[in-house]
Design a protein around this ligand. Structure first.
Ligand code: SAH
Ligand code: SF4
Length: 354
């Protein structure tokens, strides 16, 4: 199977072109066609000579994803379901905010972490996405915006779709370098957030990368007993280890970290847990932001329901009183199966039923 051209960083493409007898400046031209003019066929790259176009066509594809479903929500959120060349389905979501257009990308087909509340973890990982397939999600959404003709650009990215990005680290990093590159899409690193369930060795590696991308950690519980109950990954990487890695990240980068905390009714949403969470984060509160997320119900996980609004308020106020900076995530696209993995798992069930 031919590889997606979007998977190559600028330097990798330059090296490849030189190895294949092409001039170095071709890389600038090809990237300009791909990311500025955004053509979808090599033959549309007008100033590239025929030999080079043939060479590219023989080795790469530009479009490897096929749009299978597009659901538009009343609030403007659009959920895309793409079929990859091997038939696997992935989800990408476009959300409109006052500050711009944000895209949520998928990094793996399924997820092996298997958190007890999550729709993505229902299906075991069948493979990692390569970096081209991750970049192409952004490009497809950008093409969708281009067709509307309003000059809109994908300005923000959240790596919060299906999969654990740090379990596909090298492809993730390649993806980040491609979309961030000044010669390409130029999506600012500070506008990109990667979310992890807490693979501590990779949090350390990420701290050492020379890139200003934001990190979010799915914490969801302030003690090991509770966290292990809802996220089995906590057995391998318990809270003490996680906090050590986070301290290393904060010392190394001096960048703010986001802690995600899903509020599950009568599970982790009591004032006692808010107090414990405040204590856990107190010594790093100047570089912490807690994102309280109202749970998005998943049919298969009916042991969980969303917290009551007054409990969400109490939780929030308890954190605020203890000087922990926090907010409650506004919801988007709940009418279109917005929780990560929901659309995909429903589509797969539908296909199986046929
Ligand atoms: N695997 C990574 C990134 C993908 S999940 C991670 O777990 O961080 C992105 C975020 O969505 C995580 O914080 C995850 O816990 C949360 N999430 C998963 N299922 C959810 C649901 N049903 N409702 C609300 N948030 C959910
Ligand atoms: Fe995987 Fe994240 Fe879902 Fe957990 S929450 S199963 S890590 S996608």
């Amino acid at each position: 199977m031919k590889k997606s051209i979007y998977g190559l960083t600028f330097d990798q493409l330059t090296d490849w072109l030189i190895e294949n007898g092409q001039k170095k400046y071709r890389a600038v031209q090809v990237w300009d066609w791909l990311y500025k003019k955004r053509v979808t066929q090599f033959s549309d790259m007008k100033n590239i000579n025929g030999d080079c176009v043939e060479l590219l066509e023989a080795n790469f594809v530009i479009q490897s994803l096929e749009q299978a479903v597009k659901q538009e929500s009343e609030d403007g959120t659009i959920k895309f379901l793409f079929k990859m060349q091997d038939g696997n389905l992935i989800e990408t979501v476009l959300m409109k905010f006052p500050y711009g257009h944000s895209v949520c990308v998928t990094t793996q087909v399924g997820c092996n972490i298997g958190c007890s509340f999550c729709a993505s973890g229902l299906l075991k990982k069948s493979r990692d996405l390569n970096s081209g397939e991750i970049v192409e999600q952004i490009m497809n959404v950008q093409h969708h915006l281009d067709l509307k003709g309003n000059d809109d650009r994908v300005s923000h990215i959240v790596v919060m779709g299906i999969g654990e990005p740090f379990d596909n680290y090298d492809n993730l990093m390649n993806f980040l370098r491609v979309v961030n590159d000044q010669k390409g899409l130029m999506i600012g690193a500070r506008h990109i957030t990667v979310s992890t369930s807490g693979l501590t060795p990779k949090i350390r590696d990420f701290a050492n990368e020379n890139i200003q991308v934001n990190l979010a950690v799915s914490l969801h519980a302030p003690n090991n007993e509770l966290r292990t109950r809802i996220m089995k990954i906590n057995r391998a990487y318990p809270i003490e280890k996680l906090m050590d890695a986070i301290d290393y990240y904060l010392e190394t980068t001096n960048r703010r970290i986001t802690f995600e905390y899903i509020l599950l009714n009568d599970v982790n949403d009591h004032v006692a847990e808010a107090e414990q969470l405040a204590k856990l984060l107190y010594n790093k509160r100047h570089l912490s932001y807690v994102n309280l997320i109202p749970y998005n119900p998943v049919d298969e996980h009916d042991q969980y329901t969303r917290s009551e609004p007054e409990n969400i308020k109490k939780f929030y106020e308890t954190l605020r009183k203890r000087n922990i900076v926090c907010g409650v995530r506004m919801e988007q696209g709940t009418d279109i199966d917005a929780a990560c993995g929901q659309l995909r798992s429903k589509q797969i069930k539908k296909e199986k039923a046929l």
